[in-house]
Design a protein around this ligand. Structure first.
Ligand code: ARG
Length: 581
């Protein structure tokens, strides 16, 4: 499905080759949107030095060789040697017809690759915090997008379900009793359980001693201890799954691969590192020192893989994990959607895995860094009205806020419809707010702004889609029926029709960009822009009251394609398209 860029770039390359020889063909004819034309090509300036010729002359000679019949209606050389290209309305119309005819709406499937995607990863018996919310939402949007692009996405929920703390947690479970209200806190208010377990062991040396012994018993797989641990993990799963269901997240129990999964592999990881001379014992601990990681005064920073007490930690587990993902899961790409503060940890893991030979050069690993979510005081959001922030409560609050907006905008809706819409809008608002900011930037969590119908918000985009749908409702026509026919009818006349059509042509390359750069905010920006372009079109070009039958049909075709692109785009972000708003 050729976009303007993909159509023009090879034509320009060919003309450069004809004018100056094949050796210059690879000169990348950078194409940018321009205020003077649809696209502006800048190849003459970079070539000028190599060819020893004024850039304007280079541009003119290439233009003379350019065959733009059927594609452009205008081409001229401007400024110091830019080439301005104006697409022909007829080319735009046929390109948008092709998008409209395509069930994938111009999003070409890519060569399938195995993508291992690590995201969400909350911890057992701890509250999921807004940081986890963000890695969950961003990771899920990437999973959906990469799958749509044709990849085999293997979701891995690397939950924190192992470690010395579990001795204390299991002891506390025994103290309060399985099935008790206090035990069920793991499912309903995990931080409260954690805190109670901690208080109990810190206030009583005997409990502390039992907790230590219990941690050892778990390490040694004492059956009763493992059973109690499993009980806790199962309660936590219910808690996670409740949040995933509320947020419409695609993770299931089948995607769980927590830290405990790798426990048996840890001694082997250490042994191999030691045997290869990559890890050495320093102050009793087994450490990896890599020359590129130095701290103050150039002192090397160690990656500790076995503590002096013989215990393994987070880093050892991540080394076993990366080896498993490459060797057993066959990953071509391994993506970690995890908070930015863990950046150094992942750099050291990746570097160590490369040296150890567990991570071949042709496997791409990326830490998709997630920026902090801040409160109104611009500090990391941890509390709300003095109380610890609960994620479930946050979602409820967003839904309530959305209901408030709906009550005002649509008092006519029946309670059932209002309930469904409030969920879709509230959840969409939270997700969109998370996704529309570059994933590595911080942002301030502001519920009222998120649910607002104006600005770059989820509800704004959802509302635009609902409005397009309502045009079809008024016309008594169904979207998607006879798509092919609709498509064939599109003609471009008004500049607003042209702008809308051009926007629709970019969907494919935007989605591809999200997959390659791992940046869902590009798709948000695109959808926001499309919604605004649609608004301008709808103001300038009456659809149902179009001047003649031909333009009415054409405009309905543009509306249908716009709706389908919006719905598909929102779906890739994991956001619902409400029936009406
Ligand atoms: N459970 C960790 C946390 O809450 C995140 C795990 C991320 N994934 C990984 N492979 N280390 O910080």
């Amino acid at each position: 499905m050729p976009s303007p860029h993909d159509t023009l770039a090879p034509l320009l390359s060919a003309a450069i080759a004809t004018a100056f020889g094949d050796e210059h063909r690879d000169a990348d004819p950078v194409l940018r949107p321009s205020q003077f034309a649809d696209l502006q090509a800048n190849f003459a300036l970079p070539l000028a030095k190599r060819l020893g010729m004024p850039p304007r002359e280079i541009a003119s000679r290439v233009v003379a060789e350019l065959d733009l019949a059927g594609v452009c209606s205008g081409v001229d050389v401007s400024g110091p040697g830019f080439v301005n290209l104006t697409l022909a309305d007829s080319w735009i119309a046929s390109a948008v017809r092709a998008v409209s005819d395509d069930p994938r709406l111009g999003v070409a499937a890519e060569q399938e690759r195995v993508v291992v995607l690590d995201y969400s990863a909350p911890n057992v018996a701890k509250e999921m915090h807004v940081g986890h919310l963000r890695t969950t939402v961003v990771g899920d949007a990437l999973a959906r997008t990469l799958e749509h692009l044709g990849h085999n996405v293997i979701r891995q929920n690397h939950v924190g379900d192992w470690g010395a703390n579990f001795g204390m947690l299991v002891e506390h479970l025994l103290a309060v009793g399985e099935g008790s209200e206090a035990a069920r806190l793991v499912e309903t208010d995990p931080n409260a359980f954690y805190q109670a377990a901690r208080d109990a062991s810190e206030s009583d040396p005997e409990v502390m001693a039992r907790a230590r012994a219990r941690a050892l018993a778990l390490q040694e797989r004492d059956p009763e201890t493992v059973r109690l641990w499993t009980y806790l993990v199962d309660l936590a799963k219910h808690y996670f799954n409740g949040i995933y269901a509320a947020l419409d997240i695609t993770l299931t129990d089948a995607d769980l691969a927590g830290e405990s999964t790798y426990n048996d592999a840890l001694p082997g990881v250490c042994a191999e590192l030691e045997a290869k001379g990559i890890a050495t014992v320093s102050d009793g601990a087994l450490c990896v020192f890599l020359p590129e990681f130095t701290g103050r005064e150039g002192k090397p920073v160690p990656l500790i893989v076995r503590k002096s007490d013989g215990g393994y930690g987070y880093a050892t587990t991540d080394l076993a994990t990366i080896r498993h993902r490459v060797e057993d899961l066959g990953a071509d790409r391994v993506l970690y959607v995890v908070g930015a503060p863990q950046s150094l940890h992942f750099q050291m893991i990746f570097a160590t895995a490369r040296v150890a030979g567990w991570l071949p050069d042709d496997v791409q690993v990326v830490h998709v860094q997630i920026g902090n979510v801040l409160g109104e005081d611009r500090k990391i959001l941890r509390t709300r009205e003095g109380k610890a922030l609960r994620l479930g409560a946050l979602v409820d609050e967003a839904v309530d806020a959305a209901r408030g907006v709906l009550d005002e905008a649509r008092p006519d809706l029946d309670p059932g419809t209002r309930h469904t819409l409030a969920r879709q809008i509230g959840v969409g608002a939270i997700k969109y707010a998370d996704l529309s900011v570059a994933h590595d930037s911080e942002y301030v969590f502001d519920l009222l702004r998120m649910v607002s119908l104006t600005g770059n918000t989820g509800p704004y985009v959802q509302y635009a889609a609902a409005r397009v749908r309502s045009i079809f409702r008024s016309a008594g026509v169904q979207i998607g029926v006879g798509e092919g026919e609709e498509a064939r009818r599109i003609v471009i006349g008004d500049p607003a029709e042209r702008a809308l059509a051009l926007a629709l042509l970019e969907f494919g390359s935007v989605v591809r960009g999200v997959g390659s750069e791992l940046e869902p905010h590009r798709l948000c920006a695109y959808l926001f822009d499309l919604a605004q372009t649609f608004s301008a079109f709808y103001e300038a070009c009456p659809v149902l009251k179009a001047p003649d039958a031909e333009s009415r049909e054409s405009r309905l075709g543009l509306c249908a394609t716009t709706f389908r692109v919006m719905e598909q785009g929102l779906a890739l972000l994991g956001i619902a398209t409400p029936d009406q708003m």
